[in-house]
Each structure stands twice: as C-alpha cells, then as structure tokens.
Design a protein. Structure first.
Length: 259
C-alpha cells in the first residue's frame, strides 16, 4: 500500500497517473486541507505539517509515501527522510530528469510556489545534469485557481493569471516547462494555450512514473481518501480531477494524536 500526500487537490494529479500506470496498487490519498496553502509557509512549519501527515500514513500501514507536494519536496524532504525510516519519494528529481530528456534547446522554465522557487531545488537538479538556461517563476494564484476549479483553458480568470505569470517564459523562449507544483497541471490547458509549442512536465506525472519504476508490490486496486478538513469539498474536487465517481468516501483524516 502506497500513501500519496499533498496539502490539497494537487496531489490528485499524481494519484490519477498512479492509477493509470498501476491500477493494481492499493493507495491512500491524504490531503492536509486544514493547512492549505503550503507555498507561503516557513521551512519549520512545512516540516511540522509534513511530519504529521506522513506519520499518520505510516500508522495506517503504508509501505512508502509519495510526497506529491512540490513545496515539501523542494524545501524539507531531505530533513524528513533523515527523520523517518519510511521510504519517501519526492517530485523534484523525477520532474528534472523528465524535463532534461524532453528539452531540445535546454532552455527550461520552472513554475512553483513562492517557497519552491526560493529553494532553487529544481535549478540545482538541472545544473547537476549539465548546462541549461533556466527561468523560474512563482505563481501563487495558481493554487487558489486549482483548488476552486478555475482551470478551464477558456476561463478568463485562468487566462489572465497564465498571461501574467508566463510572459517571462515566452520572452525567454523556453521549450520545456516544469510544473513544479502538483496543482499546476490542472491549468495545463490554459498554459498550453498561451505557450502552444512548449512541452509541459507535470511534477505529479513524473513522480508517479518514477515510483512505478521502483516496482511497488502488487495490490488489489483499493483506494482510501482522507482530508484533514472538509472531506466533502475534497470529494467533489476529486471527482472532477479524477474524471469519475470516487470508489470510496472521503473521510476526515486521523491526526497523529488520534492514532
């Protein structure tokens, strides 16, 4: 059984890809909606929230956790890995590898939360692979748009936000763009409309593929979904993102204190 953890609905893009690649996997999705958004939090606060959520998943019996949050993966994942014996997979390295191999010009853009962009984790990963021109941009409004469903390619709010944030990417002539927050692929249609010749690399897509390459144990395709606040709101969003009726109810997550 694999745990998938994010602050909200963004990690559902990774969950969707995991279910497509490995429909046999038993999965638990854990959304820390009580503390959304993560992108403006300090490293110490991020570590505390992430530790609590991953520990809750560990006590549910998962064999490993996909940290499907670009902010946590960028800022505190190494500290979390040192503290916990449970296998943890992040989104930074898989996205960097996928973007590097897909880029022809090695002009690569990175979108993320403010905390992710400050960390420069994606840029360090790209630099370790070779010479590349990177352009980074924090897009704080994208998380709110994704959480509230303003994601359609023709939505005027989404179009205005995309044009505002992505103008530097167009000016820099990037040919590949890392969507370093797992919320951002929900805006992929609007982004591609603005940058039609740019290859998009979703952090959730890349990390799900990397996790499947690690060959987790075969299961029975079971799914459980938890939210730390307002499960019903997550349920309606999950059905929209996953493209169908959820096979399970969304339950209020037990915290570490409850387990």
């Amino acid at each position: 059984m694999i745990g998938v953890f994010d602050s909200g609905v963004g990690g559902l893009t990774a969950l969707r890809e995991l279910r497509r690649l490995r429909p046999d996997l038993d999965l638990i999705y854990y959304a820390d909606t009580a503390h959304l958004p993560y992108g403006t939090r300090s490293p110490d606060t991020l570590l505390r929230y992430a530790r609590r959520s991953v520990t809750a998943l560990a006590r549910m019996g998962v064999e490993g956790v996909l940290v499907a949050c670009g902010t946590v993966s960028s800022v505190v994942l190494p500290r979390l890995q040192r503290e916990l014996s449970l296998p943890l997979w992040g989104v930074v390295e898989p996205a960097v590898q996928m973007a590097w191999h897909r880029s022809r010009s090695k002009r690569i853009g990175v979108l993320g939360t403010a905390a992710t962009v400050r960390s420069r984790a994606f840029e360090r990963g790209l630099s370790a692979l070779g010479s590349a021109v990177t352009v980074s941009r924090a897009c704080p409004l994208f998380v709110s748009l994704a959480e509230n469903g303003f994601t359609a390619p023709t939505d005027p709010v989404a179009q205005a936000a995309v044009a505002h944030y992505l103008a530097p990417m167009r000016a820099a002539e990037v040919d590949t763009l890392i969507l370093g927050c797992t919320h951002f692929p929900l805006l992929a249609g609007a982004i591609s409309r603005f940058l039609p010749r740019v290859t998009l690399v979703g952090a959730g897509e890349a990390s799900a593929a990397a996790l499947c390459a690690a060959q987790p144990r075969v299961g029975h395709g079971e799914l459980a979904v938890f939210a730390t606040d307002d499960p019903q709101a997550l349920a309606s969003q999950a059905e929209r993102i996953l493209g169908g009726h959820l096979p399970c109810p969304v339950r209020l997550a037990p915290t570490c204190k409850d387990l």
